[in-house]
Design a protein around this ligand. Structure first.
Ligand code: HEC
Ligand code: HEC
Length: 255
């Protein structure tokens, strides 16, 4: 760790005013996440399991809850208990509580990558506005189909994975999301996104939202790209944090 990081950490840990602000802004440091990991293993893992998925309909690592939406809800549940006493109330220190929230919000990420989760409403504005995300992504029935539908992305990816999609896309590209390029027997070159693939056929959606199915054997060329569509975002850190807040609120149409 460089001395600058250490200094930043020291300021976060020892300055009360900044510390409070830190909690409000959901800036998680590796030290906080490490505290959370320890508390989790001691107090929560018994019921929720090491991967957070043991209690029915809940997956703490993937942010799948019953009633919890905000960090405030999360803190309240831990203080009060849940399920008519099936989950006991916990009396945690502020530091332990901050740690456990960080640990859950970073998706139990062993790397302890610091994730900043901002304001959901502002994130929605960035998504539809200057971020231009809605020009490619569909959310709750609105928007194009050429990029992955993000309507329930909060259930599918951890906060750390979502942050990486924006800041370091090359390290987070999911195999099914890899862009593909094909050349038909007639010489037409089509770029698009894979929806399904089996041994003999591949179904893709192209930039004009055409749904196309091809026999692989009939294709002249079939290339799966390893270059992500996203380039590392140039949006300021605050906007990225707000976008994360918005993405984590996307839990499907049912909720
Ligand atoms: C004795 C078992 C037990 C322990 C220990 C336990 N939980 Fe739970 N937890 C449950 C059960 C059961 C539920 C589901 C309650 C319900 O059905 O509403 C639950 C629900 C939750 C929820 C989801 C609440 C909602 O409505 O969205 C969260 C978040 C949670 N637990 C976090 C924790 C954390 C963090 C710890 C450790 C500090 C912990 N739990 C310890 C059993 C436990
Ligand atoms: C030019 C179209 C385009 C724009 C603009 C765009 N995306 Fe994407 N996005 C994609 C494509 C295509 C993928 C699939 C992976 C790839 O090709 O890199 C993707 C992947 C993602 C994923 C990962 C989905 C998964 O399944 O893990 C997230 C999250 C995401 N984008 C969010 C955003 C946000 C937030 C913005 C705005 C800042 C944005 N995207 C702007 C096209 C776009």
């Amino acid at each position: 760790m460089t001395s600058r990081c250490l200094l930043a950490l020291a300021i976060i840990l020892f300055t009360p005013a900044l510390h409070a602000q830190n909690m409000a802004d959901h800036t998680y440091t590796s030290a906080t996440i490490a505290t959370g990991s320890r508390v989790y293993l001691q107090r929560c893992a018994l019921c929720h399991g090491p991967d957070g998925g043991w209690v029915e309909d809940i997956n703490l690592a993937r942010g799948k809850f019953k009633s919890v939406v905000t960090d405030k809800d999360l803190i309240e549940i831990i203080h009060r208990g849940a399920g008519d006493g099936r989950m006991p109330a916990f009396n945690l220190t502020e530091e332990e509580m901050e740690g456990i929230v960080a640990f859950i919000r970073t998706g139990f990420d062993p790397d302890g990558e610091a994730v900043i989760i901002g304001n959901m409403q502002r994130g929605k504005q960035v998504f539809n506005g200057k971020g231009e995300c809605s020009s490619c992504h569909r959310v709750q029935g609105i928007g194009p189909r050429s990029a992955p539908d993000l309507s329930d992305i909060a259930f599918k990816r951890t906060p750390a994975m979502l942050q990486r999609t924006l800041t370091r896309p090359a390290s987070s590209l999911m195999p099914i999301n890899r862009p593909i390029e094909i050349e038909t027997a007639g010489g037409e070159v089509i770029r698009g996104r894979r929806l399904n693939e089996d041994t003999y056929t591949v179904q893709i959606i192209d930039g004009n939202e055409r749904l196309l199915t091809f026999e692989k054997a009939s294709l002249r060329r079939f290339e799966v790209s390893t270059t992500p569509t996203h380039t590392p975002t140039t949006l300021p850190e605050d906007d990225v944090a707000d976008l994360l807040g918005f993405l984590l609120s996307l839990r499907g149409n049912a909720q």
